[in-house]
Design a protein around this ligand. Structure first.
Ligand code: ADP
Ligand code: MG
Length: 476
């Protein structure tokens, strides 16, 4: 390629607090329009903001989880602009002194490990939402202020991302961290996680970064990837044909898979930032920060490393098991109940996650982890074969009953008694004399046939090792 792309991401993440950043109004998603508003988020004259400490705590958690420096002092500023979804006429944000700087996210793309720097994270409030009439004849728009004043953190990366795949890897890791530490539901469809992608290209061999274009409000990883790829190509072609990239804000159109200009640098808002006179600086005591740090759970990448080291699991298993925190905790609970790591990993990764995907149910609702440990124990101690175990598993999912109860109720226990097996083997040999002769004539395939017949006769319940041993003896 003649052009080298550079990407920097700005991620808006809605914090999952009960109430808003500066007002006691509720924040739940999907409530009737304008039922979660109150004097402060409506911007009524005289209403004064009071900072939500829980939002600050969650913001600090996020900053610490990405290895950021938490500042003991930060400040709130006003970002002024006029828009109908912004009743105050300004947004409260942290422009001059953010509470967190210098974080990082580790990514791994095509086995290449890399660190992407986080420049800063700041706390700010969200705006409301405009809804436009879907009827082309009706020229009306409506405003819902339920979201106005909801706490956000904005996580700004360094321009250190080199491809759309790296951008998606960065976002995947970041989302995982935010979910693990329970500061956001990260629901992209509901707008809890929104991405602005800054993209530039430069000629191969040069080092100065090209002019960047910002693509606003991408709400799925798929559109992040597509928008970045489209934009890289558009800029490269533009430069190739003698044009110049203009610094501007563009919007991505998923239906057309293109970006289109929204506003140029000249049209950019002058936000007239200034410190919010209604708010005192945010002071965090060292001790407070330390307490939040101590409270952080083990994160995905830490679990991943531990699963490989402590349990001897392959990297792949560790990656899949830790992709979602509930899955990781489920797996760990199964181990605590006595399941061996690799076997538990296989069941969780293959069987359980397939059901999770199919039935859209969280893993912990399928059946208890102790029950998985019991199922594995039944296989390991020879009570059921691994083939029967699949049936028991399906029954466990369907009925919620535990493994032992199902095996007993359905008579699924494996036949391991040598005398009983010898009788079965003899009767199968008597029923299939041709196969017996064929085997004795040196046809290996006849053995497989006899083994299959023994399985069939016992409906898969015979212990295969013992059956094969006895069949060998009987065939001489
Ligand atoms: P703004 O507030 O105008 O969006 P910021 O300084 O917050 O500006 O930077 C926004 C993002 O742009 C950051 O994520 C940064 O990494 C990215 N960025 C800066 N320069 C470039 C560039 N030349 N190419 C790509 N991304 C860039
Ligand atoms: Mg910005």
């Amino acid at each position: 390629m003649k052009f080298i792309p550079t990407i920097g991401l700005e991620v808006h993440c809605q914090l999952n607090t009960q109430s808003k950043l500066f007002s006691p109004a509720a924040t739940s998603f999907g409530a009737d329009a304008n039922t979660q508003v109150q004097t402060v988020c409506l911007g009524l004259p005289g209403a004064l903001p009071v900072l939500n400490r829980e939002a600050v705590k969650k913001a600090v958690r996020a900053g610490l989880a990405v290895g950021g420096v938490i500042h003991e002092r930060s400040k709130f500023d006003r970002k002024n602009y006029f828009y109908p979804d912004l009743p105050k006429g300004y947004q409260i944000t942290q422009f001059y002194e953010p509470y967190c700087t210098n974080g990082k996210i580790e990514i791994d793309v095509d086995k290449k490990k890399k660190t992407v720097g986080i420049t800063r994270i700041h706390i700010e409030e969200d705006a409301g939402k405009l809804m436009h009439s879907e009827d082309a004849q009706v020229h009306e728009s409506y405003v819902d202020l339920n979201r106005a004043g909801t706490p956000l953190i904005e996580i700004v990366s360094e321009p250190e991302i080199d491809s759309s795949d790296e951008a998606v890897a960065y976002l995947t890791e970041l989302k995982k961290i935010l979910e693990y530490i329970d500061v956001s539901d990260c629901n992209m469809e509901q707008g809890s996680l929104r991405v602005d992608a800054n993209v530039s290209v430069r000629r191969d061999g040069t080092s100065t970064l090209g002019t960047r274009v910002e693509i606003k409000n991408l709400n799925s990883f798929k559109s992040v990837k597509a928008a970045i790829e489209y934009e890289i190509e558009r800029q490269a072609e533009l430069i190739e044909s003698g044009g110049k990239v203009l610094q501007e804000t563009r919007l991505y159109n998923a239906a057309r898979d293109t970006t289109a200009s929204m506003r140029s640098k000249e049209e950019a808002h002058d936000y007239r930032y200034f410190p919010d006179p209604d708010l005192v600086p945010l002071i965090l005591k060292k001790e407070e920060i330390e307490n939040i740090k101590r409270d952080l759970p083990e994160l995905a990448h830490e679990k991943r490393a531990r699963y490989v080291e402590e349990f001897g699991l392959p990297e792949y298993d560790a990656e899949v098991l830790t992709a979602d925190r509930n899955t990781a905790l489920y797996f760990e609970d199964a181990l605590r109940a006595g399941a061996p790591a690799k076997k538990a990993s296989n069941w969780v990764m293959v069987e359980m996650l397939a059901v999770v995907k199919e039935q859209h149910k969280p893993i912990e609702t399928l059946f208890a982890p102790t029950n998985l440990a019991e199922l594995i124990h039944l296989i390991d101690s020879g009570v059921i074969s691994s083939k029967i175990a699949k049936e028991v598993f399906a029954e466990m999912v369907a009925s919620g009953k535990n493994a032992k109860a199902i095996v007993e109720a359905k008579g699924m226990a494996q036949i391991s008694d040598e005398g009983a097996i010898r009788e079965i083997v003899r009767s199968v040999m008597a029923e299939h004399p041709t196969s017996v002769d064929d085997f004795r004539d040196g046809k290996e395939r006849a053995l497989k046939h006899l083994q299959g017949e023994i399985m069939k006769k016992t409906r898969g319940k015979v212990n295969p090792q013992i059956a094969n041993k006895i069949l060998g003896e009987e065939l001489g």
